[in-house]
Design a protein around this ligand. Structure first.
Ligand code: XMP
Length: 507
């Protein structure tokens, strides 16, 4: 049985980060809403309680049945999790005189406590709370303090229960990884056997069992997730997997051909469908971004459905959904919001069973699995690219001619990033065709042509992003090349907006 750590989510921004840190310890974990603990699951070896936007004394605060957890599992409460355990056992939690936020230094450490093994006085931790524990119940003992926070960490005597008011999961807690390791490995006894290879082995076996001789279809997008899902399924069921790669005409320059070639080299059974004419027709004259998205989304489903129906006896639809798409995120009202699947609407329309072999993986784990499966680095490190493609990078209406201009400019930018060794340093990049013409001069002639904007951002999850500080020399070269080589463009701008308040895509 796959041993696991459960992270009980009380709504903190950093809950996913706890999950990632535990996985980095080669230990499988699942993030579960605070009120859905899997009491029947015999493979749970320890539980971490997350932080929360609430105060423990708020009427609406998220509560869980602590008496069914304490003494039943090794427990680590982080921030709100620590406060909740102390409060419910009779301790006091009150608003801190001033919000305790930012770096702090451990001034007292009980080295005999297993949670604090190899953690030194002077270690940096990260605090972020408005409340603080002001008194502990009787059998709760302080095991670490900072100058401002006397009860930085506690242990409950006679139990495997701990609480920390700082956040070991964030990068700024320099002793955080050691502390989590002490809990997960030292206290819970995790065997640290979760790896890309072990995942592939167990998933291939499980897919063979689940799918038997059934036929499966999968929509490839050229992106990392669907590609890795396809290669994994191919290993499990070979030719019973048919992949469909739809060209809606809004892909990058030569992308359809190149990616199709990559897929064929990987031994995938793939059908490439050039449906661009149909999409251009439906998009004619459409300027509203959301309508563009809807038309492309629906068109994709129709084309995919038509192709899938040409294959006899298909029973399953496979998708490259990954863990962050599936974690049920908690809203502040306590409602559980289920996130959407990659290709919204497709499973319902096709009446097929859904197979999502990557649904438990974080993005970096998907890449590690891809590497272990022998996929080429350029496929694995590919930047994210929006489903509607260049359609949302052409402001205003779309014509084949505009797509072609944008593809040429985009190709120069992306190839330039690769040539200058910058491609892997940015999260994603692209060119936007603006609905603006401006005056220029080329040779002796006055020109009146289009302007484009270059967009390149750094990010870790696309939720927030900063504009990439690319070297001026590089921008100058790209600008020059675009203006000289792409007919119809005489001006290049660089987008220096961050997200928020801007977004990565312009539409
Ligand atoms: P924004 O523009 O919201 O983008 O900052 C965040 C990330 O999502 C991608 N994106 C999309 N992906 N369909 C997709 O599959 C879409 O309609 C879409 N819109 C934005 C965007 O490229 C970035 O990675």
């Amino acid at each position: 049985m796959q041993e696991k750590i459960i992270i009980l989510d009380f709504g903190s921004q950093t809950t996913q980060l706890i999950g990632r840190r535990v996985r980095e310890l080669s230990t499988y974990c699942e993030i579960i809403p605070y009120n859905k603990f899997p009491y029947d699951d015999k493979s749970v070896i320890g539980v971490i309680l997350s932080g929360s936007p609430f105060s423990v004394y708020d009427e609406k605060a998220f509560k869980t049945e602590l008496d069914r957890l304490r003494t039943h599992y090794p427990l680590l409460g982080i921030c709100y999790g620590a406060q909740l355990m102390a409060y419910e056992a009779g301790g006091s939690v009150e608003p801190a005189p001033s919000r305790e936020y930012g770096r702090a230094i451990l001034t007292e450490v009980n080295h005999n406590d297993p949670l604090l093994k190899d953690i030194e006085v002077g270690s940096q931790v990260w605090m972020s709370h408005g409340d603080t524990i002001t008194s502990l119940p009787e059998n709760f003992k302080i095991i670490a303090s900072t100058k401002e926070v006397a009860i930085a960490a506690y242990h409950v005597e006679g139990e495997k229960t701990w609480g920390v008011q700082f956040h070991p999961e964030v990068f700024h807690s320099t002793c955080g990884t050691q502390l989590l390791k002490n809990f997960v490995v030292g206290i819970c006894g995790a065997s640290q056997s979760w790896s890309a290879e072990s995942f592939i082995e167990s998933t291939v076996a499980a897919l063979r069992e689940q799918l038997g001789d059934d036929k499966v279809v999968l929509g490839l997008s050229g992106g990392v997730d669907s590609s890795v899902a396809a290669v994994l399924l191919n290993r499990a069921i070979g030719k019973n997997l048919t992949c469909i790669f739809v060209d809606h005409g809004m892909l990058r320059k030569n992308e359809f051909r190149n990616v199709l070639h990559d897929y064929e080299c990987l031994g995938l059974n793939v059908i490439g469908v050039d449906a661009s004419a149909r999409f251009f027709k439906e998009l004619e004259g459409v300027t509203d971004p959301e309508r563009k998205r809807k038309i492309i989304g629906k068109g994709f489903i129709d084309v995919f459905d038509e192709e899938a129906h040409k294959i006899k006896d298909v029973k399953w639809l496979a998708q490259g959904t990954i863990y962050p798409d599936c974690i049920e995120s908690l809203s502040i009202t306590g409602m559980v919001i289920k996130s959407h699947h990659n290709v919204g609407g497709l499973p319902e329309k096709m009446n097929l069973k859904l197979c999502e072999p990557l649904r438990l993986l974080f993005k970096d784990e998907v890449r590690a699995v891809g590497r272990s499966l022998g996929m080429p680095e350029h496929l694995i490190k590919r930047h994210p690219f929006p489903g509607p493609g260049l359609a949302v990078r052409i402001l205003g209406d779309i014509t084949p001619e505009k797509v072609s201009v944008l593809q040429d400019a985009d190709d120069i930018f992306i190839q330039g990033l690769r040539d200058w060794g910058l491609y892997d340093k940015v999260w994603q990049a692209g060119v936007i065709l603006l609905p603006v013409q401006s005056v220029g001069v080329m040779g002796d002639e006055r020109t009146y042509e289009r302007a484009v904007a270059l967009r390149a951002v750094t990010s870790t999850d696309a939720m927030t992003a900063d504009w990439a500080h690319l070297p001026y020399e590089f921008l100058a070269k790209v600008s020059n090349d675009i203006i000289n080589q792409v007919r119809g463009v005489n001006r290049v701008c660089y987008d220096i907006s961050s997200k928020p308040p801007s977004t990565i895509e312009w539409e």
